[in-house]
Design a protein around this ligand. Structure first.
Ligand code: PHB
Length: 402
């Protein structure tokens, strides 16, 4: 709702006898959506956008009769600058009530001060660096943090996968460094040893991973934990692992679920078999909410399309926004939105989720995924679950998470 709406409402409230204004008219709520709609990461924006739209279409009643207008902007790259300009324009010119989206961490980080200054709530639907919500009191995150997967995986790898020693390869930007710290902390607390940590280029271009993987092969760890920002990076990771014969050399490939993203899984071939990743969503999750989500998705976007973790984050984000809109009866404020989302729970296709009131970050299950062959296709089997994980970086007060 823009300022003119607010003024009109105040005037009406002054003119009408007490009590009458409580049957407030439907408000238009403007949501500024900042996603990568073009370039190498366009598929990420598309998945989140589709998840948001599908929720809107399937649950019109959840918005309390208020009209939702999505105003979309293309952040194009991970660099932060384009997203920041888009957010500036969305706040000052479009006068959006809510900001949403943000695939890449640097884009969310660059935008956070503007959310604070403009007093606009910002719903993060991907960007996973743990300390992002610390950058503005008006940020709530419905996606994940790198620690939800990395920290429990460090422990699990040591205790259950025989990873007494490990190496980490990571894309060299904030969520990559975060993922390294998360895995290292979990591994070392369990008694394991990190032999090497290899930065593997930036998020914009998919590098030739060969020299980085060769360096790890030469070190000979039990396990190789890799974080790359999903998509084409992930497909190249499994290919390079296979090409260098690392499995035969006795090195197990593990990581967060970003490296076994559903949209890329079938293209990975048998080299992905038996890989173990830790994540909060896979299209194969067998629960009623996910079966309905996947069926609605395929009906809307085609039988060959698939949901993935970004898709569910768009869906859940829209459910969170619907809750915030109805809780405030369409009259959106930053404080009111954050208050409405504090402690909010939802039966998501990923399982039960909650927004932690203190940190404004998501709480969800971290699931251990094994890649298996089922009916001639690669599938994700959940073999273990760490229930309802609260971001460990903030719980342990590490670094910028303090
Ligand atoms: C991020 O930039 O925070 C990011 C991007 C893609 C991922 C995970 C994290 O798969």
């Amino acid at each position: 709702m823009g300022p003119t709406h607010k003024l009109r409402r105040a005037v009406m409230a002054a003119l009408l006898p007490a009590g009458l204004i409580t049957t407030a008219a439907a408000e238009e709520v403007k949501i500024g959506v900042v996603l990568t709609y073009s370039g190498g990461a366009a598929s990420f924006g598309e998945q989140i956008d589709r998840g948001m739209n599908l929720y809107l279409k399937q649950h019109p009643e959840a918005f309390g009769g208020h009209e939702v207008k999505l105003i979309k902007r293309d952040s194009k790259r991970p660099g932060g600058d384009i997203a920041k300009n888009a957010v500036q324009e969305l706040i000052t010119r479009e006068k959006v009530d809510i900001l949403a989206g943000f695939v890449f961490s640097p884009n969310a980080m660059a935008s956070a001060p503007l959310a604070t200054q403009g007093k606009v709530p910002m719903i993060v639907m991907n960007a996973g660096t743990a300390w992002i919500p610390n950058l503005s009191p008006y940020i709530a995150r419905v996606s994940f943090t790198m620690w939800h997967s990395g920290y429990p995986m460090g422990k699990y790898a040591h205790d259950r996968l025989g990873c007494g020693t490990a190496a980490v390869g990571y894309t060299d930007y904030p969520p990559g460094k975060d993922s390294l710290n998360a895995f290292k902390t979990g591994l070392e607390e369990a008694g394991g040893k990190l032999l090497d940590a290899v930065p593997m280029g930036g998020p914009r271009e998919v590098p030739d991973f060969t020299p980085f993987f060769q360096r790890v092969k030469d070190k000979g760890p039990n396990c190789f934990y890799v974080f790359v920002p999903a998509g084409n990076h992930a497909a190249a990771v499994v290919k390079t692992y296979a090409a260098l014969g690392m499995r035969d050399a006795g090195i197990r490939l593990i990581g967060p679920g970003d490296i076994t993203q559903d949209t890329k899984l079938q293209g990975m071939g048998d080299a992905a078999l038996d890989m173990i990743t830790m994540h909060h969503y896979a299209a194969d999750y067998d629960n009623p909410q996910n079966r309905a989500f996947v069926a609605a998705w395929k009906a809307e976007y085609g039988a060959d399309s698939t949901t993935d973790f970004m898709a569910v984050q768009g869906w859940d984000g829209m459910a969170a926004i619907a809750h915030a809109i109805t809780a405030q009866n369409g009259d959106i404020s930053a404080e009111g939105t954050i208050a409405a989302l504090a402690g909010w729970t939802f039966d998501s296709p990923r399982g039960r989720i909650m927004i932690d009131a203190e940190t404004r970050d998501i709480v969800h299950d971290a699931n251990v995924h094994r890649i298996v062959k089922k009916d001639g296709r690669l599938a994700i089997q959940v073999i273990d679950t760490v229930p309802q994980v609260k971001d460990p970086c903030k719980a342990l007060k590490i670094g910028k998470c303090k």
